[in-house]
Design a protein around this ligand. Structure first.
Ligand SMILES: O=C(O)C1=C[C@@H](OP(=O)(O)O)[C@@H](O)[C@H](O)C1
Ligand SMILES: C=C(OP(=O)(O)O)C(=O)O
Length: 665
């Protein structure tokens, strides 16, 4: 997951390949609650692991349910409606699929419970559900504003005679919550009547489908009346598989529709969900097809290719696909006219006011947008000049972050920034990693920041922190020379120029790979081994051999991957990435560098003296800057930073400010 303050997306050009998507949020949280309330043990396969399912899992454990996790397989020992912990305070984040169904389930059993969430959850309505539960005799108090969480639930005095009326026009989750909870108390037939239009109907179908898997056959009547038969009992089906999330699939369906494939590849394959999905959002396929996408599907897979281009503008009632419809609003940027998405009033009470949010952010990119109480109308920029680089505010709404990433394919190649990218954790923590696994940019548009400088200048620390803050890859080029020195020494090859060819031959066979700050040689983590003074000296020797340097060029350039790279070394800006957008040459006085090195060695229990360290350091500077190939020197366009008197934080901030000043936002 990208936990950075923002994530800059360079212009994306192609996309092709296969993605396996995480489990459906709606199925995961329903199955977790049903399994916990039912009789018997349920093994859930391919459960979604995200913020919304985490809060549900923690809640179930807090209530005394046995939950055993092993990767994405979770085993739940059902409580058969009897809670060992009759009093609990539950924090449910911003998960509607946890807050609403748990409210109903806990309100009908005896106990004292408090349910709360993030501030936005306390602005998301729950009054219609509370009103319905109060008709049943449930004791519910509002702890904050009337009609909204947090809630306090007490002991109910159940009255099951009259039909329970629930409004269906604000959220379908209220009806879902009642349908899942009432089998716990169905000593007689219980009838639920929907008042007003029922929105987001396909989610009720998911609920009915899963209730049937847990042994409860609800009798629906025209979407207006639902009867839970007397004696209904939740019984575990044993094993249950969670399909991949169809709403998450919408971003990759859109990706297939708007991108072209690089040579020899064709389209995007989505694995884990197919056209026969039980999730209503799979019907996003039809909308994408209407806009021009070519889609094939089979059991649990979809294959999407670009068809009509530009996309065709559509006018669609999106009530049945409220979540995936946000993706259509961004696809509209690539359409041949004005796209209108209707009947989406519920957008206003979700993770944020989504109609307002989409309108504001689409306008930033240059689109013309008209918004109404329950619709949005999007007209793309009229020409290439109409597109504007934009920093997309994401309002702690996963779907805003995910759908706007698709704007990185804009034909004007304007840059895009996604603020707070970690908000995708609600349903798809690795969304951006998944996107980068299939999307590609022209190499020249993948940003590189070079940090060059002499030994012990702190460039490794600075570069690693920069990479972390920007969410970029990190290349510690010096480590490649250190590994070469280590491997040659181990192979008994003396490190002198006469053995250059042998060292290159060896280098070409080395299985080097990086994992964060760890460097591996085959199965051996050599991160520590290559940090000794001796390894540094050996690195300096082999790095002076021209054939070794050129053998490492391609390897280093291959680190330039989406979304960007911070590379530290001695010739990053001069030789390896001469066209880098920002080059920093980091220095510090010899005295200061020797002192830092001394502290470092002492902390590792390695004896050393200041004088000898300073002498070694100066000798190394002299050798590095006088070698004929790629001598250590600042690139002509490098910005110099002397950090003798600076803290790491100040140096990092200085470079981040330089970087920011080069961005169009
Ligand atoms: O029941 C569900 O799993 C959901 C129902 C929908 O909400 P509304 O019924 O409030 O539209 C949807 O937006 C939400 O993401 C999940
Ligand atoms: C509306 C959404 O979430 P929730 O389940 O919290 O309602 C969503 O995921 O788009």
């Amino acid at each position: 997951m990208f936990s950075t303050v923002f994530l800059d997306l360079p212009p994306l050009v192609h996309a092709a390949g296969a993605v396996t998507l995480p489990g459906s949020k709606s199925i995961s949280n329903r199955v977790l609650l049903l399994a916990a309330m039912s009789e018997g043990t349920t093994t859930i396969h391919d459960l979604l692991d995200s913020d919304d399912t985490r809060v549900m899992l923690i809640a179930l454990r807090t209530l005394g349910c046995l939950v055993e996790e092993s990767g994405t397989t979770v085993r739940i020992t059902g409580l058969a409606g009897k809670l060992p912990n009759g009093s609990a305070k539950l924090f449910l984040g911003n998960a509607g699929t946890a807050m609403r169904p748990l409210t109903a389930a806990l309100a009908v059993v005896a106990g004292d419970f408090e349910l709360s969430g993030v501030p936005r959850m306390h602005e998301r309505p729950i009054g219609d559900l509370v009103d319905a539960l109060r008709q049943l005799g449930c004791a519910i108090d509002y702890l904050g504003n009337d009609g909204f969480p947090p809630l306090k639930l007490g002991k109910p005095a159940l009255k099951l005679d009259a039909p329970i009326k629930v409004r269906g026009d604000v959220s379908s989750q209220f009806l879902t919550a009642l349908l899942m909870a009432l089998p716990l108390v169905a000593t007689k037939d219980i009838v639920i009547e929907v008042v007003g239009e029922l929105i987001s109907r396909p989610y009720i179908e998911i609920t009915l489908n899963l209730l049937a898997r847990f042994g409860v056959q609800v009798q629906p009547d025209e979407w207006q009346r639902f009867t839970i038969p007397a004696g209904a009992k939740l019984r575990s089906p044993g094993d249950i598989h969670v399909e991949a999330d169809a709403s998450s699939a919408s971003y990759f369906i859109a990706l297939g529709a708007i991108s072209t494939a690089a040579d020899g590849q064709n389209g995007i394959k989505v694995q884990g969900v197919g056209a026969d999905s039980i999730q209503g959002d799979i019907r996003f396929m039809e909308a994408a097809q209407a806009m021009g996408a070519k889609i094939d599907s089979g059991p649990n897979w979809l294959h999407i290719q670009r068809g009509a281009w530009p996309l065709k503008a559509i006018d669609l009632d999106c009530n049945h696909i409220p979540d995936a419809a946000m993706t259509l609003a961004v696809m509209a940027l690539y359409a041949d006219g004005t796209t209108t998405l209707r009947n989406i009033a519920s957008w206003r009470v979700k993770e944020t006011d989504r109609i307002a949010a989409m309108a504001t952010e689409l306008r930033k990119l240059g689109a013309s947008v008209v918004e109404g109480a329950d619709f949005i109308q999007v007209t793309p920029p009229a020409s290439l000049q109409g597109w504007k680089p934009a920093s997309i505010h994401t309002y702690d709404d996963h779907r805003v972050a995910m759908c706007f990433s698709l704007a990185a394919f804009n034909p004007a190649r304007v840059q895009l920034r996604i603020e707070d990218p970690k908000c995708v954790a609600k349903t798809f923590p690795d969304y951006f990693e998944t996107l980068f696994s299939v999307a590609s940019s022209a190499t020249s548009s993948i940003p590189v920041i070079c940090v060059d400088g002499p030994t012990a200048s702190g460039k490794g620390t600075l570069a690693a922190v920069l990479a972390e803050k920007l969410g970029y890859h990190f290349l510690d080029s010096g480590s490649l020379y250190r590994i070469t020195g280590l491997a040659a020494t181990r192979a008994g090859i003396p490190l002198d120029i006469a053995n250059e060819a042998a060292i290159v031959a060896l280098l070409n066979t080395l299985p080097i790979h990086f994992e964060g700050s760890h460097i591996w040689l085959g199965n051996e983590d050599v991160s520590e081994l290559i940090r000794t003074e001796e390894a540094g000296m050996n690195a300096s020797k082999v790095s002076a051999f021209p054939a070794v340097r050129s053998a490492l060029i391609d390897l280093q350039r291959n680190f330039r991957q989406l979304p960007g790279l911070v590379a530290d070394g001695r010739d990053m800006g001069t030789v390896i990435f001469p066209e880098a957008a920002l080059k920093v040459y980091l220095t510090a006085s010899a005295a200061c560098r020797a002192e830092r090195r001394l502290k470092q060695l002492i902390s590792k229990g390695i004896p050393a003296t200041l004088d000898s360290l300073r002498a070694d350091l100066e000798a190394r500077d002299a050798r590095d800057s006088s070698r004929t190939v790629a001598p250590l020197k600042p690139a002509q366009d490098a910005l110099l930073l002397d950090n003798s008197e600076l803290t790491v934080d100040t140096s990092v901030q200085t470079v981040l400010d330089w970087w920011q000043s080069k961005q169009p936002f």
